[in-house]
Design a protein around this ligand. Structure first.
Ligand code: NDP
Length: 247
């Protein structure tokens, strides 16, 4: 599995939804999936960023993507149901979901955790991903083998001072993945987590403003794992939380 090299066309004929597809790791994953033959559904908050990714995919000769502008903060179950209905009528199936969108919030001592910020982080990082997955299940079941990938973090496995709601949301993400993986074991749906590790993005720069970003891996360097878990090579992998930067 480590340093998996996807063959050309590894995602041919697959329809893959990427959340937070406009920036950082999600942007890179969307471009990478498209370059391996997938039709990508780009979901995110800032439409301009999604349009730029759309243009890049078209310019590179990829299949025409779809764009779903959605702020996970305000999205409700009915938004996700509408989304699933659109995907079903446009594509008839969904082969993969990369739950990548995430909110860091403000790192602060436990005593200063703000309740509104706590709710926002839980809503975007956990509840939104759960509701979206629930709504998408019928269309995921239409695929011969569907892969759901959640995005975890090192602080979602070992708690760390000052990482408050973000860390708790990533523990919850790991738990959600495990519950779903156990429930869907033996079905056509597999569910796993990726921990990207320290990566050169805006979120990492916000968490570590004094750090030299050039010392960090780029999103492109993590793509072997994002490809592996989305491609049929991982068809028997379920319930795992894998590191994109293994020690
Ligand atoms: P970025 O902040 O660079 O990108 C986050 C993406 O999520 C953006 O496209 C953003 O959209 C989208 N997003 C944020 N809030 C919402 C919302 N309310 N509704 C819809 N989309 C939203 O983060 P990274 O690329 O660094 O992180 C990607 C994932 O990896 C996250 O889940 C993060 O927790 C995780 N991670 C990252 C690490 C790192 O070192 N970078 C380490 C460990 C985990 P927009 O740009 O429009 O706001």
């Amino acid at each position: 599995m480590y340093n998996y090299t996807a063959p050309a066309g590894a995602l041919h004929d697959k329809v893959i939804l990427v959340t937070g597809a406009g920036d950082g790791i999600g942007r890179c994953a969307a471009l990478t999936y498209a370059s391996y033959g997938a039709t990508v559904i780009l979901l995110g908050k800032t439409v301009k960023k999604l349009e730029a990714v759309y243009d890049e995919i078209i310019a590179a000769g990829g299949a025409e993507p779809a764009i779903i502008p959605l702020d996970l903060k305000g999205a409700t179950a009915s938004h996700y149901k509408d989304m699933a209905t659109t995907i079903s009528s446009e594509f008839g199936k969904l082969d993969g979901v990369l739950h990548n969108a995430g909110l860091l919030g403000v790192l602060s001592p436990f005593e200063h955790i703000n309740l509104a910020s706590w709710h926002d982080i839980m809503q975007i990082n956990v509840t939104g991903a759960m509701l979206m997955t629930q709504a998408l299940l019928p269309v995921l079941k239409q695929a011969p083998a569907a892969s759901i990938i959640f995005t975890s973090s090192g602080v979602g496995r070992t708690g760390k001072a000052y990482w408050g709601p973000y860390a708790v949301s990533k523990f919850a993400t790991e738990g959600l993945m495990q519950v779903m993986a156990d429930e869907f074991a033996g079905s056509s749906i597999r569910v796993n987590c990726i921990n990207p590790g320290a990566t050169r993005t805006a979120m990492r720069a916000k968490a570590y403003p004094g750090e030299d970003p050039m010392r960090l891996k780029t999103p492109a360097e993590l793509m072997w794992l994002y490809l592996y878990l989305m491609a049929d090579a991982s068809i028997d992998v379920n319930g795992q939380s894998l590191d994109a930067q293994p020690k």
